[in-house]
Ligand binder design. Sequence first.
Ligand code: DX5
Ligand code: ZN
Length: 244
Amino acid sequence: MNSCTSYRRGASIEETGRIYISASLLGADHSRLREAALEAARAGVEYLHIDVMDGHFVPNLAFGPGVVAGLRDVGIPLMVHLMVTGPERHVEAFIRAGAASVTVHSEACSDARGTLATIRSLGAYAGLALSPGTPLDAAAALLAELDLLLLMTVNPGYSGQSFMPEVLPKIRAAAAALRGVNPAAMIEVDGGIGPETGYLAAQAGATILAAGSSLFARGDMASAVAALRAAAARGSGQRARAGL
Ligand code: DX5
Ligand code: ZN
């Protein structure tokens, strides 16, 4: 999924054991989004995470398909996180704009199964997100039908919040459940991720770390990415040594 020609569905999204970093643009300076995206790509993150908010499912407002279209040539896949009510109305516009993956919230979607199928049929990777208070059970029947399970580690809506450690058991349970039914699916965590919490999430089984303020609020993004990657590698190494 990292070469410019393979953003669309095809080969497995995951290389076993590897942790991917997704830079969440909500944490960047919004007056220079394109520069921030290019800086993230140069710093070596694998993905850009683009939050979409409707002022209804979450109180905040953010990025539409025009922003995605304006970033489609930055050189890394664009992963869209829809925090909107009725996300099925919008998936096509974001995929046409260049999204490699679209993730919808289970709490916001009346037909999650149909929406995941639509995303896949339009050639993108399909993600399902759960807010911290939503149990894994809400995704249980859909685990075979998604490419990505996004477990929110803050309540959705704002960058710069603190990681909620009570989500860690859900990450562990998701990793165990996916191993049986859909081992190629990725587990993304989103919210309050930096080296310390990225380590905990990777140890629990997360494979994509979305990080906003910890990457963009520091002067030197390359060193922030390196610190997060090193911490995540320690976490996934421990997991592997424990035979998980
Ligand atoms: C929050 C968003 C996140 C946010 C993460 O609702 O979905 O992607 O940008 O920002 P940090 O990493 O600052 O918590
Ligand atoms: Zn997000």
